[in-house]
Design a protein around this ligand. Structure first.
Ligand SMILES: CC(C)(COP(=O)(O)OP(=O)(O)OC[C@H]1O[C@@H](n2cnc3c(N)ncnc32)[C@H](O)[C@@H]1OP(=O)(O)O)[C@@H](O)C(=O)NCCC(=O)NCCS
Length: 157
């Protein structure tokens, strides 16, 4: 379990846990709002399949107390940079501080891997204003690169 003691605005304890027998169905069912499907997969199930097919990505279940409320995944690129992806907070759980607590928790954990010193990167669709605002407020800055029509941003150590 990845736990940096962060909570959402309702005071629920936000943790990141391995996807396993006890939670994979709930993680697969995590869904964004309909209007967000232009920017991310319609169901977190797509990201679970991606991580099963990939050597790079690892999925994590986002918990608020003991409820599954989202999905996020992380990976390591060839240059040692850490990547964050597949962030989806279930539509019914958005705007409660879960997304911010999730990104802060994963960033803190990734920053400490292998002694630290590596950038943390992610990408988002240019029209995804909520995601842009969230990442900007946490210190992510554009690298100037694009990945599959998405803006790449990074957090420098
Ligand atoms: C982006 C997302 C993960 C944010 O999760 P959340 O739990 O709703 O976000 P939070 O309540 O923690 O809010 C964090 C910040 O996001 C931004 N934000 C969230 N909703 C927003 C909205 N409707 N409009 C503008 N900014 C918004 C704000 O900067 C907010 O800051 P605050 O903490 O000062 O309020 C969530 O909206 C989501 O799952 N969207 C669909 C999937 C997606 O776009 N993922 C990112 C792909 S890169």
């Amino acid at each position: 379990m990845i736990d940096f003691g962060l909570c959402d605005r309702a005071g629920r304890h936000v943790t990141l846990r391995p996807v396993g027998d006890d939670n994979w169905r709930a993680v697969a069912d995590v869904a964004p709002r309909d209007d967000q499907r232009a920017w991310v997969a319609a169901l977190a199930a797509r990201y679970l399949v991606l991580t099963m097919r990939s050597d790079v990505w690892t999925s994590l279940a986002v918990f608020a107390d003991e409820a599954v409320v989202g999905h996020v995944m992380w990976g390591v690129d060839g240059d040692g940079s850490r990547w964050l992806g597949g962030l989806v907070v279930d539509a019914a759980e958005q705007d409660r501080g879960v997304g911010r607590a999730t990104v802060r928790t994963l960033v803190d954990w990734l920053a400490g891997q292998d002694g630290g010193g590596h950038p943390i990167r992610l990408s988002y669709h240019p029209d995804n204003a909520p995601a842009a605002a969230l990442y900007r407020s946490l210190g992510f800055a554009p690298t100037g690169a694009m990945e599959d029509d998405e803006i790449v941003v990074e957090l420098r150590p």
